[in-house]
Design a protein around this ligand. Structure first.
Ligand SMILES: NC(=O)c1ccc[n+]([C@@H]2O[C@H](COP(=O)([O-])OP(=O)(O)OC[C@H]3O[C@@H](n4cnc5c(N)ncnc54)[C@H](OP(=O)(O)O)[C@@H]3O)[C@@H](O)[C@H]2O)c1
Length: 310
C-alpha cells in the first residue's frame, strides 16, 4: 500500500527584504517551504492586504520580520509606526488564530526605559519612552491579548551584512569624514541578523517536531547575544577589525571621539541601558547565545568583503 505523503509545512516571512527577513530566507529554506513576502506583496499598513495574503497562503507559521524601524522618524510619523508595529500585529494574530498557525514576532530592547542597572529579564516592566518603543509594545500587547500561539522574541542592536545598520554607517563615516564622534553612555548588546535567523530556524524545527503543538512553550523570550558594550566601544571594535583587514580608513579607531548622549541627541529618546538577559530561551529551549563579538566579527568580515568588491 502506498503511504500518503504529508504536505510539506509552509511558513510565511513578512518584511523579507529587511536585515532579519533576508537572513530568515537563507536559514528557513532548509527547514520548510518558505513564502517570502515583501512590502508590495503584504503591506502591513493595509489590514485587507494582510488578511488576503494569510487567507490565500494559509501558512502553518507566520514570521513577522516587517516593522517600522526608523526610531527617530517614528517620533513624527506616529500613526504609521503604530499601524505597522501595533495594529498590524493584532491583525496577524487574528489570522493566525483562525488558521491555528504559530506567529513568531520580533520586538525590541527599546520597550524598556533603560534605568535598570542590570540586563533586563522578560518579567521586568516595559516602560518605553520613544514612539518606536511604544508602538512595539503595542504589538507585544496585541499578541498577549489574543489567543494566538506565539513566540515574541525581543532583540536589540541588530546588525547584518544585508540592509542598513550601525556598522555600515560607522564604516562609511570613518572612510569619508575627517572626524567621528560616537555616544559612549548608551549600553546594549549587538545581536546579528544571521544569529537571530538561525535561532528562529531552531525554534521552528522544534515546533514542527512536536506531536502535540499545544504543549509548545509559547511566550515572550529575549533573544540577544551575551555581554555588553556601548556605541563608542563598538565603533572602535569595528574600525580596529576593519584596519586589520586592510580596509582604508580616514578616521582611525583611536581617533573616534567619545561623547555623551546629551551632546549628540537624536530626535527620539533612547534607553541608557538596553541589555537583555537571554537565560529564559536557554533554560526552556537549550539555546545558548554566544558573546556578541563572535557573531559581529563574522558579519564584519562579510561586510568588508562587500567593501573590497565595490
Ligand atoms: N534593527 C534593530 O536594531 C532592531 C532591534 C530590535 C528589534 N528589531 C525588530 O526586528 C524586526 C526586523 O528588524 P530589521 O532590523 O530587520 O528591520 P529593517 O532592516 O528595517 O527591515 C524592516 C522591514 O520591514 C519592512 N516594512 C516596513 N514597512 C512595511 C509595511 N508597511 N509593510 C510591509 N513591510 C514593511 C521593510 O520593507 P522595505 O524593504 O520595503 O523598506 C523592511 O523589509 C522589526 O520588528 C524590528 O522592530 C530591530
Amino acid at each position: 500500500m502506498q503511504r500518503k505523503l504529508a504536505a510539506r509545512p509552509s511558513l510565511v516571512i513578512t518584511g523579507c527584504n529587511g536585515q532579519i527577513g533576508f537572513e530568515l530566507q537563507r536559514y528557513l529554506a532548509q527547514v520548510c517551504r518558505v513564502v517570502a513576502l515583501d512590502r508590495a506583496a503584504c503591506d502591513l499598513s493595509r489590514t485587507a492586504a494582510i488578511r488576503e495574503a494569510m487567507r490565500t497562503i494559509r501558512p502553518d507559521i507566520v514570521v513577522n520580520a516587517a516593522g517600522y524601524t526608523n526610531v527617530d522618524k517614528a517620533e513624527i510619523d506616529r500613526e504609521l509606526a503604530f499601524a505597522i508595529n501595533g495594529a498590524a500585529v493584532g491583525v496577524l494574530a487574528e489570522e493566525c488564530v483562525a488558521l491555528q498557525s504559530l506567529l513568531i514576532h520580533y520586538s525590541t530592547d527599546y520597550v524598556f526605559d533603560g534605568n535598570k542597572q542590570q540586563p533586563y529579564v522578560e518579567t521586568d516592566t516595559a516602560s518605553p519612552e520613544s514612539i518606536y518603543g511604544k508602538s512595539k509594545l503595542a504589538g507585544e500587547e496585541a499578541i498577549a491579548r489574543s489567543e494566538v500561539r506565539a513566540l515574541t522574541l525581543r532583540t536589540g542592536w541588530v546588525a547584518g551584512a544585508h540592509g542598513d545598520n550601525f556598522i555600515k554607517r560607522i564604516l562609511k563615516k570613518s572612510r569619508s569624514q575627517q572626524t567621528l564622534s560616537v555616544v559612549a553612555d548608551r549600553f546594549g548588546t549587538p545581536t546579528t541578523a544571521p544569529r537571530i535567523a538561525s535561532v528562529t530556524a531552531d525554534l521552528v524545527r522544534k515546533y514542527f517536531e512536536l506531536e502535540d503543538k499545544r504543549s509548545f512553550p509559547f511566550g515572550l523570550y529575549h533573544l540577544a547575544a551575551s555581554g555588553q558594550t556601548d556605541w563608542h566601544t563598538y565603533s572602535v571594535e569595528i574600525l580596529t577589525r576593519a584596519r586589520a583587514q586592510g580596509i582604508a580608513l580616514r578616521v582611525q579607531p583611536e581617533q573616534v571621539i567619545a561623547v555623551s548622549a546629551t551632546e549628540y541627541a537624536g530626535v527620539a529618546p533612547r534607553p541608557r541601558n538596553s541589555c537583555l538577559e537571554a537565560k529564559k530561551i536557554e533554560r526552556v529551549f537549550g539555546i545558548k547565545l554566544p558573546e556578541w563579538k563572535i557573531d559581529v566579527h563574522r558579519v564584519l568580515d562579510e561586510i568588508f568583503q562587500h567593501v573590497r568588491d565595490e
